[in-house]
Design a protein around this ligand. Structure first.
Ligand code: GLA
Length: 393
């Protein structure tokens, strides 16, 4: 794991080599792990993420006589040119730089004057692993533009315009969790976010005895690519069948009382189970925030296992490899709880682990997971990290 300073310095070296000058503007935005509260954000529910010690970093400087901006990605080893004059339109086909173009456009529309510039982007957030590499890119771009324009956005507006970039330019109808935590995370705190009021409550997550362990299953199944929008639609339908604005407004009693209404629908059983996941997950998220505040680790762990089971059986967003990973992890000494984190169909698990046991857990889980799946996982422990900032200011 590289720290922000070394990411900045490697990007600055590439910048100086390419453009013959030192960069002037710097931005860093973290990935995130969601402790609990999955697929609840777009139902106006509760989520409980924290920023992780993995960042997307951008260094940049002004460019003369140009109306667009060049972004050079160290990962892709290539450049993309994006419009900075407000003339961009959502693309027909999504490319890696669509997130950047969308964010630049939305920052422009929010009233910031963006000078022509060149930038170098580097990241150590694993791509496509459910740790919000795309939100960290969007938020890093918006943070960079604040520096370049010499004006700060309101943090909530900033998160929302990054989300809108993802909707319109990357065609992913995501909720607000990832951009919120990347923009507003705080070192040593997890964020309990009420996605309806959009008011975050910071909960201390700094106990030295318990570590957050992230294990990447190193699989990603996108069956048709429409899994996420499908879940959104099923949730909306379930809310409509119960006569409530959003699933946030339903409880298990109402769901049970409306069972017959669901039974009349061809996808009634699916919608019923989607709703049951969201309703119970909201309750688990609030309970976990309380248990974590009281440092009741065992209870936190139980809630995480329940969340995983609900994602597996009711929301149907896990996959065999991730189920194996959680199962294997749950059998290790020193593990309080474990679950898949993020959008689903692969990616990472998050576990709460006794800090003294962390190395043993990583070793033993890696061996067992590899034996059962033939895939080598990657693992790292992280503290709750700082949200987006400008490293040199
Ligand atoms: C993705 C989305 C988030 C959220 C999660 C699931 O990460 O970007 O908004 O819906 O999936 O909890």
């Amino acid at each position: 794991m590289a720290d922000v300073e070394s990411l900045v310095s490697s990007a600055a070296t590439v910048y100086a080599r390419k453009y013959g000058k030192e960069p002037q503007w710097f931005a860093a935005a973290p990935g995130r792990v969601n402790l609990i509260g999955e697929h609840t954000d777009y139902n106006d529910g509760f989520v409980f993420p924290m920023a992780i010690e993995r960042y997307t970093v951008i260094v940049a400087g002004p460019a003369e006589a140009e109306t667009d901006a060049e972004f050079y990605s160290m990962y892709k080893n290539k450049s993309a040119f994006v419009q900075v004059d407000g003339s961009a339109k959502p693309p027909l086909h999504v490319a890696w730089f669509s997130y950047i173009q969308g964010t630049v456009q939305n920052v422009f529309e929010a009233g910031l004057t963006i000078p022509p510039f060149r930038a170098v982007v580097v990241s150590d957030v694993p791509l496509g692993g459910g740790l919000s590499s795309s939100a960290s890119l969007e938020v890093a771009v918006a943070t960079l533009l604040e520096s370049a324009a010499g004006k700060k956005l309101d943090p909530v507006e900033k998160a929302l315009l990054c989300q809108k970039a993802e909707h319109l330019y990357a065609k992913m109808p995501c909720g607000i969790m990832d951009q919120f935590i990347s923009a507003m995370g705080e070192k040593g705190f997890a964020m309990l976010l009420d996605c309806r009021s959009k008011v975050p409550k910071m909960i201390p997550m700094d106990s030295p005895n318990v570590s957050v362990l992230i294990i990447n299953s190193n699989v990603k199944h996108t069956l048709t690519g429409s899994e996420y929008p499908d879940r959104r639609r099923q949730c909306e339908k379930a809310a409509a069948l119960m006569g409530v604005p959003m699933l946030r407004d339903a409880d298990l009693e109402l769901l049970q009382a409306k069972k017959e209404v669901f039974d009349k629908e061809i996808d009634g059983d699916i919608c019923f189970r989607r709703a049951r996941h969201v309703i119970t997950e909201n309750a688990r998220t609030l309970a976990m925030a309380e248990a974590l505040t009281e440092k009741e680790w065992k209870h936190c762990g139980e809630l995480m296992y329940e969340s995983h089971a609900s994602m597996k059986d009711d929301f149907e967003i896990t996959c065999p490899e991730v189920d194996i990973l959680v199962d294997v992890t749950s059998k290790q000494k020193g593990v309080f709880g474990s679950r898949m984190t993020g959008g689903g169909f692969g990616g990472c698990t998050v576990s709460l682990v006794d800090t003294d046991k962390i190395n043993d857990v990583i070793e033993s889980v890696s061996q067992r997971y590899e034996r059962q799946t033939g895939i080598l996982p990657t693992a790292f422990a992280t503290q709750a990290a700082r949200g987006a900032y400008c490293p040199k200011e």
